[in-house]
Write a protein that binds this ligand. Structure first.
Ligand code: ZN
Length: 177
């Protein structure tokens, strides 16, 4: 008889970081991207690289899904290093005034007649929701969402701004006003 309040107590066998690494190829195509850079239109964003720095289970959001405590919903968040490839209109890209601290890397300035190919390196979080079979010790299904919000760039050094409440640039410390 299982007698724990939280399913996470039963998950010593679940090495989530290892599971992500083993399933990374599948995961990469399944991850939904929920991110934006204010004022920048990126088309067809796709994750090209993903590395997990740190991962932790959200105990409060995890729960059993049945009375017998055989299946559980587990919520996991990871700090990741990610590269996202996308396309931008040439005129939009070349009207940007970004210096070397920008997270936008130009991969091809002439991808086709209309677009440049860019790669961005945002600070991002990966949220994974797992349905776990406790009895069989298996992950039945999962959903993964990559999240980042960039509110703009420092006008002095082009560092990305992850909050719209900053008064000073976190990188060069100059006033953002
Ligand atoms: Zn700055």
């Amino acid at each position: 008889m299982i007698n724990t309040r939280k399913p996470t107590a039963l998950l010593e066998w679940l090495d989530i970081k290892k599971w992500i690494q083993e399933n990374l190829d599948n995961l990469l195509s399944d991850i939904k991207i929920d991110g934006y850079i204010d004022g920048i239109d990126m088309e067809e964003p796709e994750i090209s690289e993903l590395e997990i720095n740190e991962i932790y289970i959200n105990e409060d959001e995890s729960r059993f899904l049945d009375d017998n405590k055989e299946t559980a919903f587990i919520s996991v968040t990871g700090d990741v290093q990610v590269s996202i490839d996308a396309f931008m209109f040439k005129s939009d890209y070349f009207s940007l005034d970004l210096k070397e601290n920008s997270i936008i890397e130009l991969m091809d300035d002439d991808w086709n007649k209309h677009y440049v190919w860019i790669r961005i390196h945002p600070e991002a979080e990966l949220d994974i929701s797992l349905t776990v079979n406790i009895l069989n010790k298996k992950i039945d299904s999962y959903e993964a969402v990559l999240r980042y919000n960039i509110y703009g760039f420092c006008k002095h050094c082009s560092a990305p701004l992850y909050s719209d409440a900053e008064e000073f640039c976190p990188k060069c410390e100059k006033s953002l006003f």
